[in-house]
Design a protein around this ligand. Sequence first.
Ligand code: PMP
Length: 353
Amino acid sequence: MSKFWSELAKSLEPYTPGEQPKDKKYIKLNTNENPYGPSSKVIEALKDGANDNLKLYPDPNGDELRKTIADYYGLKDEQVFLGNGSDEVLAFSFMAFFNPNEPILFPDITYSFYKVYSNIYNIPYEEVKLNKDFSVPINKLHHSKGGVILPNPNAPTGICLSLKSIEEILQFNKEKIVIIDEAYIDFGGNSAVGFIDQYPNLLVVQTLSKSRSLAGLRVGFALGHKDLISALNYVKNSINSYPLDRLALCGAVQAIKDEEYFQETKNKIIETREKVSQELKSMGFLVIPSLTNFIFMSHTKIHAKELLYSLRERGILVRHFNHARIDNHLRVTIGSEEEMNTFIRILREIVPV
Ligand code: PMP
């Protein structure tokens, strides 16, 4: 290995994605995918789109999809930016809005990609320690030097901030960019989108991977003041003119348009989440109230890692994070009702009473 590469590899710790197993069929509750699959209208659009036009490059700006998203949220097309999953939108945002001289703020327990982006783009950061109950100490997010990024609801805790708290962060950071990563907002939280026209420092990032069941299509987007969107386009056009392919663009339009399917499936997930939370509590689990499509839980009688391995042996994948403060917690995606019944049944066999 060259010295350059070994030094770089030592200094960077890349994000480790959740496992996508190939050895056998598991009940996959480890990467917050949606169990219900995309709308049939999306599938039809993808079939229609698989035609001779694939020889042509896609629309670099994804105008039809941007318009569909803008209409959905009552914004202008110029306030929408598209990316290859929200991970790419977030990466471009770090490049566009943060800099090597002013530390940004994010919670110490949060989406681990933020630290990875900070390291690779040379952006200093301060981790704001969450309270003991994992709530966000909002006052510690006042007056950032370089900007703020946080998921709302937070991941992997599932805790959602009120719009009042989000507005407080925006008010105190008027000269800096505040990025609210709303990957899980559709499962019961209130979106900050309504603040966009009032706060030109706000960028809201969302994804079609969770509530729209399209993790495999890779579509994410940002909403904000048109100047922020122009900055993102500048970065994008310096890296990759065509982040979204033709199929992703036409499938995503249908996903946004099929409101009925979206409501039906996300409501089912919310219902299952509430039912499973109750069952877990009755088994002695500590369950943090979640407004996402996952549950963050721990138990005093069995360590999270032991539970992780026991579940795996029985064909169920859940997620554990190597982080000292949450070493005894597991994040469990809400699957279909049937999957969750199996999960609970198997847990009852493993967990000491
Ligand atoms: N933000 C958060 C908080 C997430 O948990 C995820 C999913 N891993 C993402 C962003 C990225 O999602 P995607 O790239 O699939 O849009």
